[in-house]
Design a protein around this ligand. Structure first.
Ligand SMILES: NC(=O)C1=CN([C@@H]2O[C@H](COP(=O)(O)OP(=O)(O)OC[C@H]3O[C@@H](n4cnc5c(N)ncnc54)[C@H](O)[C@@H]3O)[C@@H](O)[C@H]2O)C=CC1
Ligand SMILES: O=C(O)C(=O)CO
Length: 324
């Protein structure tokens, strides 16, 4: 008999078929308590779980006593209580690498659009305000050859450094849990402590995972030490930044502008003060959102679940130690 799994995200037809070749699949819309209640038998018998962007915590695991592996269609796994998974020897699989280059492209788009005010001035053109040759009130600031500070020199940080170094001639500072030899050798990136990076960078880009350690890592104190001309970009996770402090820093001129793909609360509430600030480019968490990359992530997550339920954790497993 095929193992049963719960699928909580829509998949392209061919990937759904691939999943069905291996598993008996129950598709649900989300993992809310009322959904779990409605499909109680399917959750009770499921050995696998596949989807993204929903909380997977101890209370959900209590309803899934047979669960052996969860596979998220994302590289970030902050929606999972990993300790609770570990306590029950449940494998967690994720999708690194397949999205790295696409997310780095999105970050460059945020850097460029914030610096050159692309969204703001394009809106002005659409409103018919381009009636004569433009003056300084339409100007932006340069990106090329300015100093880029990357907080989180992992896979995506490295792909960003490559673009910034070769494409834009930007000197690179970085902070991470450990030094990154490849970034230093290939892109002359310089490791420094967080405060030095914040003080010296023209562009500060966060590409960090959300953990207890990174919660509100960037707060009022940190904005205060950035250059008043600094452009701040967050493409990691929203709660790494104290959003109220960010709004205050933008309003008070402590920093110049921000490009944001992630927010403390997503979707970003329509009454967020961020949406009233002309010096903010706000994107709806589109870091990896191209047709090609989202397909690649879903395919990777399907393969990951097949691998995990067959005891193969060589690739893409967050907690292979639970197999021992
Ligand atoms: N906006 C979006 O759509 C996307 C956002 N992301 C986010 O980007 C994150 C990074 O992805 P990857 O580069 O693939 O991960 P990675 O694991 O390769 O890199 C993470 C980096 O963060 C550093 N780091 C972790 N905690 C730190 C701390 N407390 N202080 C300083 N550095 C710290 C690590 O040392 C490492 O250099 C993901 O965890 C996810 O949250 C990822 C993909 C898309
Ligand atoms: O993969 C992730 O972690 C995302 O945020 C979406 O691509």
């Amino acid at each position: 008999m095929k193992p049963s799994i719960i699928l909580y995200k829509a998949l392209p037809d061919d990937l759904k078929r691939r999943l069905e070749e291996h598993f008996t699949v129950t598709q649900v819309a989300n993992l809310r308590p009322e959904t779990v209640e409605q499909h109680a038998d399917a959750f009770a018998s499921a050995e696998g779980l596949l989807g993204s962007s929903e909380k997977v915590d101890a209370s959900l695991l209590a309803k899934m006593p047979k669960l052996r592996a969860a596979s998220t269609i994302s590289v970030g796994y902050d929606t999972f209580d990993v300790d609770a998974l570990n306590a029950k020897n449940i494998l967690l699989m994720h999708t690194p690498t397949v999205l790295t280059e696409t997310v780095a492209d999105t970050i460059m788009a945020l850097v460029l659009s914030s610096a050159r005010r692309v969204v703001e001035v394009a809106e002005r053109v659409k409103k018919g305000e381009w009636t004569k040759s433009i003056g300084p009130d339409w100007f932006g600031v340069d990106v090329h050859h300015k100093t880029l500070g990357i907080v989180g020199m992992g896979r995506i940080g490295l792909a960003l450094a490559q673009r910034a170094h070769f494409g834009f001639g930007m000197p690179i500072l970085y902070n991470a849990r450990r030094q990154h030899q490849e970034a230093e050798n290939r892109f002359q990136a310089r490791y420094c402590d967080l405060d030095t990076l914040l003080k010296e960078s023209d562009y500060v880009v966060l590409v960090l995972p959300y953990t207890q350690e990174t919660h509100h890592l960037i707060n009022a104190e940190k904005f205060a030490i950035m250059k008043s001309s600094a452009i701040f970009v967050n493409a990691g996770r929203g709660p790494v930044v104290d959003e109220e402090a960010l709004i205050a820093a933008l309003k008070n001129g402590e920093i110049h502008a921000a490009g944001l793909d992630v927010f403390e609360k997503e979707p970003l509430p329509v009454d967020s003060p961020l949406l009233t600030l002309p010096n903010v480019v706000a994107l709806p968490h589109i870091g990896s959102a191209t047709h090609e990359t989202r397909y690649g992530m879903a395919a990777c997550a399907v393969d990951n679940l097949i691998d995990a339920l067959n005891g193969n954790v060589e690739k893409n497993c967050v907690n292979p130690q639970v197999m021992k």
